[in-house]
Ligand binder design. Structure first.
Ligand SMILES: Nc1nc2c(ncn2[C@@H]2O[C@H](COP(=O)(O)OP(=O)(O)O)[C@@H](O)[C@H]2O)c(=O)[nH]1
Ligand SMILES: [Mg+2]
Length: 332
């Protein structure tokens, strides 16, 4: 099960409390209470594993250890260990209670993104330990009874929303051949089947340096929650270029195209403005004349239209050429 949206509660460790203690040695009387240790902080770190949010499926309360209390003989409590939670790059972190904004590394925002592998953000700060009575000594206060409690660690809920970062997004109606094309172009092993919704989760593949995402679940009404719903649309948000696949077996390719476009528009007009290539897929299944006719219809809508088939090597070479041009920045 692919998890791309999960809410968890993070609780950084509280500081330990300071000790009240006195030296028992008659030669050097005085306060010797150590301070409490600092509570552990919670960090997020970006990883390439898209399934990393799965760890939170059943574990939604994340707590870092508190700092130990101070003790006598100037012994400060140990700090609680920091926790580093690995989350997929492309995750957006929304703070949903507590104070209204997140502060990490000096910047404050309602939502923070992790966009690079290895990028680390402190999300919840551990509380400082309280001072022991040694710190309250003075010439007028030689037997201080004061100490401090530790400070509570930061605690709040965060929603982690994964938005895939891909260079090219493959979209189209179910059965358009998205997974098949991804499998042809990359070493991905996306499930292929002659029925809708074989692909229940977005699949990624790599072509040279480009990341290709096969984004399933787009049907008429998806933006209103039909089928897999709009759950997957957010994964298209960050895609730079769109490959829009339409099956040559379709009676009305222009309508198929428009159906998807409408769904994208309902979600966000930005999606419809991305650079796009249209591929009439499974061109081997239709007589040439039919293909020509359908290409001509689609050309009226968009200039970048190409017939392809996973069984036609030349057509796949054409797709690769386009990918290489995108990669080298010649086209978008
Ligand atoms: N003949 C032919 N069949 C194809 C081609 N591409 C995909 N298919 C078949 O079409 C069906 C749907 O393909 P799939 O990749 O799962 O579509 P998706 O739902 O868009 O991911 C499968 O049975 C594939 O084997 C093609 O170029 N030629
Ligand atoms: Mg598929």
């Amino acid at each position: 099960m692919f998890i791309d949206d999960v809410t968890i509660r993070v609780e950084a460790g509280s500081g330990g409390k300071g000790a009240v203690a006195f030296n028992k040695n008659a030669k050097s009387l005085g306060p010797v209470g150590g301070s409490g240790g600092k509570g552990g902080s919670i960090y997020f770190e970006g990883v390439s594993d898209l399934n990393a949010l799965y760890q939170f499926r059943h574990k939604k309360n994340i707590k870092a250890k508190g700092g130990a209390d101070g003790r006598g003989q100037f012994r400060d409590g140990h700090g609680g260990a920091d926790l580093v939670l690995k989350i997929p790059v492309g995750s957006v972190i929304h703070k949903i209670d507590g104070s209204t904004s997140l502060t990490t590394g000096g910047s404050t925002a309602h939502a923070i993104e992790i966009l690079e592998v290895g990028e680390r953000l402190r999300i919840a700060r551990g509380g400082l330990g309280g001072k022991g009575n040694f710190h309250f000594r003075s010439s007028t206060n030689t037997t201080p009874m004061q100490f401090e409690e530790g400070i509570a660690g930061e605690r709040f809920s965060v929603r982690l929303e994964l938005k895939l970062i891909a260079d090219v997004g493959l979209i189209g109606l179910p059965n358009a051949g998205k997974s098949s094309l991804l499998n042809e172009l990359t070493s991905a092993k996306s499930k292929v089947g002659n029925y809708p919704f074989t692909t229940l989760e977005p699949n990624l593949g790599v072509y040279e340096t480009l990341i290709l995402a096969d984004i399933p679940g787009l049907i008429e009404g998806a933006s209103a929650g039909k089928g897999l719903g709009i759950k997957f649309l957010r994964h298209i948000e960050r895609v730079k270029t769109i490959f829009h696949l339409i099956s040559a077996e379709s009676e009305n390719p222009a309508k198929d195209y428009q159906t998807i476009k409408n769904e994208l528009a309902t979600y966000s007009t930005e999606l419809t403005e991305k650079p796009e290539y249209i591929f009439l897929t499974k061109s081997d299944t239709m007589p040439k004349a039919q293909i020509k006719k359908k290409i001509a219809i689609l050309k009226k809508i968009h200039k970048n239209v190409f017939p392809i088939s996973i069984h036609d090597w030349d057509s796949l070479e054409k797709v690769k050429k386009i990918l290489q041009n995108i990669e080298s920045g010649k086209v978008v």
